[in-house]
Design a protein around this ligand. Sequence first.
Ligand code: NAP
Length: 266
Amino acid sequence: MKTINVVVAGPRGRMGREAVSLVHNTEHFQLVAVIDRMNDGKSLSSVDGFTGIDVPIYTDAERCFQEVKPDVLIDLTTPEVGKKHAELALHYGVRPVVGTTGFTKEDLARLTELAEGKGIGAVIAPNFAVGAILMMKFAQMAAKYFTDVEIIELHHDQKLDAPSGTAVKTAELISMVRPSKKQGHPEEKETLQGARGATYDGIPIHSVRLPGLIAHQEVIFGGNGQALTIRHDSFNRASFMSGVKLSVETVMKLNTLVYGLENIIE
Ligand code: NAP
């Protein structure tokens, strides 16, 4: 298998550390540099927890892409930085695999246009855990039979965006198969603002942020005399890495942007 040269942005982050380890330990992947906002010009091996991983650190993503010319960028940073990195990567012919969440429909449209203009692939996946993809697919199946549904997503308290990309994606998939509907009592009033959560096409989404959590989601369907709960839990960040690996391999064969891991797994 041809070696894929990879740059990881956000290597000191919780997801970034797992991604560096994945790339470093995968035979046909080669870590060629990292993009971080500190330690410019140093070797990653001089940073705590990366002993023996001797690749350059760049704070300037543009310079990194120009000098290193990687095949793939894995971005696990923050929404604003991730968007900038993905755009720059495509501009320089580098295929982005983005796990960073918080991209809007407009961001996706702009990046799709860029990827297609360059004729190269991009993968943006708000959730790289295969179990979470199955949860979304099962929720879409259930929505054909249960039209009343609410989503509760639970994450660690350092997460910057709410609701989670996975919750929005789940609501999108559900609204593709159920007729638009305003749920609850027509005269329902919130006596405390936000009590009923955010809504996507009439589907309430509730975001819980607590220390100790990683990434969890429940999709609760209610019907006449019955309820169905579909739940997925990521207990550690290694749970996301099989999806990252598959995305890096797949993005090399694409010539457009694919949003969502469900569109690249069989
Ligand atoms: P994190 O621990 O806060 O890591 C983010 C990292 O990005 C930090 O090391 C931060 O550096 C770095 N960073 C900030 N600005 C940067 C810049 N300009 N250049 C390079 N690096 C920069 O967050 P996390 O939990 O790893 O999550 C990262 C992203 O992945 C979030 O958007 C999260 O929602 C998403 N996520 C996705 C999945 C998925 O399956 N797709 C799963 C979990 C999380 P500092 O330490 O200096 O701030």
